[in-house]
Design a protein around this ligand. Sequence first.
Ligand code: AHR
Length: 320
Amino acid sequence: MNIFRTLALSASMMVLGCSTALAANLTIGFSQIGSESGWRAAETSVTKAEAEKRGIKLKFADAQQKQENQIKAIRGFIAQGVDAILVAPVVATGWENVLTEAKEAKIPVILLDRGIDAPKDLYLTSVASDQVKEGRVAGEWLVKTVGSKPCKVVELQGTVGSTPAINRKKGFEEAIAGQKNISIVRSQTGDFTRAKGKEVMEGFLKAENGGKDICAMYAHNDDMAVGGIQAIKDAGLKPGKDILVVSIDAVPDIFQAMAAGEANATVELTPNMAGPALDALAAFLKDKKQPEKFIITESKLYTPADDPKGEYERRKGLGY
Ligand code: AHR
């Protein structure tokens, strides 16, 4: 925090004596991954709204899916002397140097929605879901739904090297382990995008007897599922019936697909990571209160029994 900002901050805190005053003087850098999915776009708009609500000046940098751009943006934030940095890390590895630079500059860093493989003292806290649990919830739904029926699953993975791709795979595999009737027959990355999800699913359908041998599609996010649904329809099959569809995020478009009978289950990931992150930061800056190292958001399962039309409308009003 620079000296002028510190003085202004103390003065306003003396007048107002509350954490809102503290937040109102902050400048925060946000290194976002990009806009690969509907969920990501929602997280961006919710983060901007949460900052605005608190009177925080948010410097936003879109990394276009590239870690090198994120590192460059973080270095830029450090050079500008921001009060804190939010980062949604595209992949798990390669953060140690730049986060050490932030630490040396005494700028707290908060991770949003994805984890990293780096010493924990390099970030103040991480606000994310339990991604292994998300995969497990999706897998348990499938186990319950197919019962003893043989079921070949195709898997659309997220971005290679990202924690949601690693952990959602792990959790799903844990849930189906021991179920001799269920097996993953194909698994490939669709990079969390709708276009790649469609393209990869087209390949899976061709390789598996035009899709007739596939019982379920598990996608690490809803956008890839929506792309995959289109591929299934193009192949002349009925998504949601001939091929079960289970994914993660709970964005409006998957509820639209559910309402049309074309998707069967999704696990919710809240786009509001910034609210808890900025609250933790305010408490830390105010009286050095160390937040929990991991702030875990909920992972709730939604199926067609949960009013998909209503969920679609409700979520449309939430920044998606
Ligand atoms: O890190 C969260 C994941 O990133 C979301 O599930 C996905 O949609 C996004 O791209």
